[in-house]
Design a protein around this ligand. Sequence first.
Ligand code: HEC
Length: 131
Amino acid sequence: MSTSRRLSLSPMKLILAACALSALPGFSAGSKVLAAGAKDPKADRLWRAKCASCHGEDGKAGTEQGKKMAIRDMTSAAWQKEFSDAQIEQAIQNGLKRNKDGKAQEMEAFKDKVRPDQLPLLVAYVRALAQ
Ligand code: HEC
């Protein structure tokens, strides 16, 4: 008797927990963006054409360029936490040129090659890499 009551309670608790989680604005908005980016074929084409040669198709930068320039793994939780959407957009638009542990890091500015309406798609794509 007591066992069956416990069993019937726990799925209910799970449902309640799920409801509470999806009610958080950040949670639901975030997952919508991720889903859109992951499925967007245009973003996928852009990424493969313009980004994957350095960052890798999977974003882990296991490419020759990735190793040469010590490019970080964008799929890691630490990376995702460190960069805001605005910073990601900024990097895409303006590119970067710097030095890290004696390795020259260079990324071209994409502001003339990526349309403004494509920027949010790329940001969502970068976020979706982490899944
Ligand atoms: C020529 C190689 C190259 C290409 C192509 C390239 N990147 Fe990068 N990218 C880099 C390097 C080098 C860094 C800095 C490495 C690091 O610290 O991880 C970087 C960093 C970034 C960052 C983080 C910004 C920062 O300050 O570290 C983002 C976001 C990014 N790239 C997005 C993109 C996107 C999106 C594309 C395609 C539109 C792209 N990159 C194409 C080389 C490249």
